[in-house]
Design a protein around this ligand. Structure first.
Ligand SMILES: [Zn+2]
Length: 321
């Protein structure tokens, strides 16, 4: 059983679903994107552009439900037993249904998928770093006001560069005070020290990516000592050019240094990947340390769900306690 701790809902929209929703919502001029495998992007700029255009096909809560259900079915068929969807809170440039309605739509999809396949799903509400401090505070308030037992986490995505981490401390404090667990993208494009800074300033339970830690033995030592899990997304890193190839990807090095490794698909529809493929890449990178059962055991402990759900997942992994 696989566990995905880093996947953006809008990064899971398959071409078939995108096509269907575009037609239903009368959104034209997507034919070039839909004709190309993985939406045909070639660099980070065209990736972001393709991402926004594909996301634009989702306009109603019913669309969100369809996207979530479609991906949960796909993931379950691939062997995933648990995943956490990241969903950004509404922001100025994006119109659409109220956040509570979006979460209710995911809940409905998750109920159906759970009954049909046994896959468990939770939700992480995310703020967008490059939208700044006020937007992040608003995101935290929206997250804590949204009533769903599946909404268990608060996160920070977006461009690591323009805004310093201290600006987001209050938003994270608000989320933590209401019992939400926390994660933030850090150490994907910026250096190793920013990972420790993010953990300390934001009080993180996990780190999104965190792979730049490999450039600093000192940071790897600190991460291993703290036991803060990393959500490593190998295909995402390779396709966005963070590392040139699997041989130079540091997931094995990080595991060897004692860092807690979990895996994620990030934006699977854009990277042409699946979680089983990510597990296979990790194993190839470090056959002894990164076995599927070891990765899943770490991921279950690092998951943001309640203890009862974790017990069920442990049982599914054959590790009753
Ligand atoms: Zn991500």
């Amino acid at each position: 059983m696989y566990v995905d701790l880093h996947v953006h809902l809008r990064g899971t929209i398959s071409r078939a679903t995108a096509q269907k929703l575009a037609r239903r919502n009368g959104i034209g001029a997507l034919d070039d994107l839909l004709a190309a495998p993985d939406y045909g992007w070639t660099n980070f700029k065209s990736f972001l552009h393709a991402y926004d255009r594909v996301a634009s096909v989702v306009t109603t809560a019913a669309d969100i439900e369809e996207v979530a259900y479609d991906y949960l079915r796909t993931a379950a068929a691939d062997g995933t037993g648990y995943l956490e969807f990241m969903l950004s809170t509404p922001h100025e440039n994006r119109s659409g249904p109220a956040y509570a309605d979006q979460i209710a739509a995911i809940d409905a999809a998750a109920d159906r998928a759970l009954e049909e396949t046994g896959i468990e799903c939770r939700i992480i509400a995310t703020a967008v770093r490059h939208l700044g401090q006020t937007a992040a505070l608003e995101a935290a308030r929206i997250a804590i006001a949204t009533r769903s037992s599946r909404l268990v986490g608060f996160g920070l995505t977006g461009d690591e560069k323009p805004y310093e981490l201290a600006l987001f401390q209050e938003a994270f404090a608000i989320a933590r005070a209401e019992g939400l667990k926390t994660t933030a993208h850090a150490g994907e494009h910026l250096g190793a020290d920013t990972i420790i800074e993010a953990i300390e300033v934001l009080g993180l339970d996990r780190v999104g990516h965190g792979v730049s830690a490999a450039s600093s033995p000192n940071v790897m030592r600190q991460l291993a000592a703290m036991g803060t899990p990393l959500e490593v997304c190998i295909s995402s890193n390779l396709q966005l050019g963070v590392f040139a190839d699997l041989a130079s990807h540091p997931v094995g090095l990080l595991a060897g240094a004692g860092c807690v490794i979990t895996l994620g698909t990030d934006d699977p529809a854009f990277f042409g990947t699946s979680l089983s493929h990510e597990y296979a890449l990790a194993r190839k990178s470090s056959p002894d340390l990164l076995t599927p059962s070891r990765i899943s055991m770490s991921a279950v402990e690092a998951a943001f769900c309640d203890e009862k759900t974790k017990s069920g997942l442990r049982a599914r992994l054959g590790m009753m306690r």
